[in-house]
Write a protein that binds this ligand. Structure first.
Ligand code: CA
Length: 225
């Protein structure tokens, strides 16, 4: 199967941070794989061939972020975006010439992280950004133009409907709970009823008909693709 999204490996032991990074990167169309320590992260990198690694400096276990970065560099030019908690770590990142592509000091805005990831990939990959158009069957989700097309015909959607479709198309094949969809589309700080999701799904189904590859997963939520 052709890969439609760039893969990002995130190596970070703080689940609060990695969940947030995961959410925002997935919302932007990336495939995200999480590792809690350096060894797990290096294994994922070897198996999954990501486009970029988001790497915490302070990691539990044998390998800290600097060790991991050295091993990555020993094998090639995979871009690395460091996450650091302290200024003296920044000095080391810059001083040791580990070949870090960029770094962010905690606490950082997840939007800023997504922007940095995009910028690094624009610099390092001679390709269009990932996920510009997701096509499944006769449905096309054009993320740049914010258009949904059915057999080439534009289907008008509201902003929120399109955001929902974008989030779904960034999570192909995954069973997503209503809660995850609420968080991903409406935001973690949105206080609302999970039935909101059902209402918007119903609208998408009405507008896109059979072209919408969306299954109801009993007791969970929905699966796209
Ligand atoms: Ca840490």
């Amino acid at each position: 199967m052709e890969e439609q999204h760039g893969t990002v490996v995130v190596i970070e032991d703080d689940p609060h941070i990695s969940d947030l990074v995961d959410l925002y990167l997935r919302r932007d169309g990336y495939r995200v794989l999480l590792a809690r320590d350096g060894e797990q992260g290096l294994n994922l990198i070897q198996q999954e061939e990501p486009w970029i690694v988001v790497l915490d400096v302070g990691l539990p276990g044998e390998l800290d972020g600097f060790d991991v970065c050295r091993r990555i560099r020993a094998k090639g030019n995979l871009p690395v975006l460091f996450l650091t908690a302290r200024d003296d770590e920044v000095d080391r990142i810059l001083g040791l010439e580990l070949g870090a592509d960029d770094y962010l000091v905690k606490p950082f805005s997840p939007r800023e992280l997504v922007a940095r990831v995009r910028a690094i990939l624009r610099r390092t990959r001679d390709v269009a950004p990932p996920q510009e158009i997701v096509s499944i069957g006769d449905l096309e989700v054009d993320l740049r133009r914010r258009e949904a097309r059915r057999s080439g015909e534009v289907v008008p959607l509201t902003t929120r409907e399109f955001d929902l479709l974008t989030f779904l198309s960034g999570n192909i094949g995954l069973a997503l709970s209503r809660h995850q969809l609420l968080e991903g589309v409406w935001g973690a700080d949105w206080y609302g009823d999970e039935r909101t999701v059902d209402v918007h799904v119903a609208q998408l189904r009405k507008k896109l008909g059979d072209s919408l590859p969306l299954a109801t997963v009993w007791g969970v939520g929905y699966r796209f693709g």
